[in-house]
Unconditional design. Structure first.
Length: 102
C-alpha cells in the first residue's frame, strides 16, 4: 500500500527550511476557552427557557401534548444536572492542581 508523501509532508515537514510553524493556528478555527464556555452555558439556558415556555403554554391550555412538555422538562433537568456536575469536576481539578507541589 503506497503512502502519499504529500499528505505526510503537510503534517510533518521533511525539510527543516520549510516555512511551517507548528504553533501557528488558523484564524477560522481559533477558539478560546471562554467562547466554548459561553456557548455551553447559552445552550443550557436555551434548553431551560424552551422547557419553561412549554410548561407555561401547557398551564395556559395552549398546548395539549403533555408528553412533549414532560420530555422538554426532563431534557432541561438532565442538561442542568450535567452542567452542575461538570462545574464540580472543574472545581475539583482546580483544587487538585493547587495542591500540587512544585
Amino acid at each position: 500500500m503506497p503512502m502519499n508523501l504529500n499528505r505526510v509532508n503537510q503534517v510533518t515537514p521533511l525539510f527543516q527550511n520549510e516555512k511551517t510553524n507548528p504553533i501557528q493556528t488558523d484564524t477560522k478555527s481559533d477558539v478560546n476557552f471562554s467562547t466554548i464556555l459561553k456557548n455551553a452555558i447559552q445552550k443550557v439556558n436555551n434548553v431551560e427557557h424552551e422547557s419553561d415556555l412549554k410548561t407555561e403554554a401547557l398551564a395556559q391550555g395552549k398546548v395539549d401534548d403533555l408528553h412533549d412538555v414532560m420530555l422538554s422538562a426532563q431534557k432541561a433537568n438532565v442538561t442542568i444536572e450535567t452542567a452542575v456536575q461538570m462545574q464540580q469536576k472543574v472545581i475539583d481539578a482546580y483544587n487538585e492542581v493547587m495542591r500540587m507541589q512544585i
